[in-house]
Design a binder for this molecule. Structure first.
Ligand code: KG4
Ligand code: ZN
Length: 335
């Protein structure tokens, strides 16, 4: 049987990424060109700058991925690309590159939802077993996604305001830490004690939704009040307290959903899945849960990458779900 080679392209935010996956699960190439240095001084991603960098980088990253895998475009079975959600100008660079390659080489095109990609990063780690639950925590999303089969996503809970990663980045900014702040808060949290009392938004009984804006505001108020009184807060303790609040809510709601939906697997996904405290808490709570397998991808597959897009694309391709050459970037795409 002929090998299946799927190329993935991801340009939804500030990483220009191309990867090649062999036979659905084997990583043959994984190239990520990060733009973080260019956005840092603005304290966040500047859409126009992101688009310009994607234009500059995309051909270089494509070439490098083909070199890493040791194949040419004519070997590809399909080309998968993030069609949304994300920054429209950034998405368009990837979508147009994918369309050009698909058209020039007569390769099937597969549009992939960015969050489906994050979830399918787990397929590069372990075989997916259904029904499963995925906790998706990124800069733009915080969702509990229930899956009964491949390609079928049911959002059973989501954030009503800030995403978890967004809250991390805003809290980091309040503490004058560089963008993206998640990893910095994570590091500080491990050096501090969760001694400061901060709220936890449980919402209505039984709800799987999340809310992090109240917590974020509480952190900002704590810092401002201390400043006004001329007191010093210990950033490590504030980071530890904030992180503990986020983790308590994420882990508790995930645990309840796992029980209610009687899932076989829990998959962690998204940039905040790189958080050491969250990984440890999930392992502590669920790793020895009989009958439920906990899957946590390596750090490089948690933050934005194209291997996850190729992994998701491979499944859609096998199901015969292809896109036409009229595929367009869709910044508000629903999963
Ligand atoms: O999935 P991702 O790379 O991009 C989006 O699709 O949004 O997630 C980026 C987010 C940022 O908010 C970043 O601060 C956060 O993931 N992040 C972390 C950690 N590493 C990245 N948050 C907490 N702890 C970390 N170690
Ligand atoms: Zn992402």
């Amino acid at each position: 049987k002929k090998d299946q080679w799927i190329m993935g392209i991801e340009t939804s935010c500030d990483e220009t990424a191309v990867a090649i996956i062999k036979n659905g699960r084997e990583m043959a190439a994984n190239v990520v060109a990060s733009q973080i240095e260019s956005h840092k001084r603005f304290g966040g991603v500047v859409p126009e700058i992101a688009s310009r960098h994607h234009v500059e980088q995309i051909t270089i990253v494509l070439e490098e991925a083909l070199n890493q895998a040791g194949i040419t475009y004519s070997d590809l079975s399909a080309i998968a690309v993030t069609e949304g959600p994300g920054l429209v100008g950034a998405l368009l660079i990837g979508v147009n590159a994918a369309k050009a390659i698909a058209f020039a080489h007569g390769i099937p095109l597969v549009g992939v939802h960015h969050i489906a990609g994050h979830i399918y990063a787990n397929r590069l780690v372990a075989e997916m077993k259904f029904p499963l639950l995925s906790l998706v925590v990124s800069g733009g999303h915080t969702e509990l996604v229930y899956m009964e089969e491949h390609g079928h996503f049911e959002v059973i809970g989501e954030t009503r305001d800030d995403a978890a990663g967004e809250a991390y980045d805003k809290v980091a900014r309040t503490l004058s830490l560089p963008y993206p702040g998640g990893p910095h808060i994570d590091r500080l949290a491990h050096e501090g004690e969760p001694s400061i009392n901060l709220p936890r938004a449980w919402l209505e009984e039984g709800s799987y939704d999340f809310s992090f804006s109240g917590l974020k505001s509480a952190v900002i108020n704590t810092v401002h009040n201390a400043e006004q009184r001329g007191e010093k807060i210990v950033p490590e303790d504030l980071a530890a307290s904030f992180q503990q609040s986020v983790i308590d809510v994420l882990v508790t709601k995930t645990g309840r959903a796992m029980d209610e939906y009687k899932v076989k697997q829990l998959l962690l996904a998204g940039g905040v899945a790189a958080n050491k405290g969250l990984r440890a808490a999930l392992e502590d709570k669920f790793a020895n849960n009989p009958g439920i397998e906990l899957i946590i991808p390596p750090l490089s597959l948690c933050t934005d990458n194209a291997a996850m897009i190729a992994a998701a694309g491979s499944i859609l391709f096998e199901k015969g779900i292809h896109s036409g050459l009229d595929l367009n970037a869709n910044p508000g795409l629903d999963i």
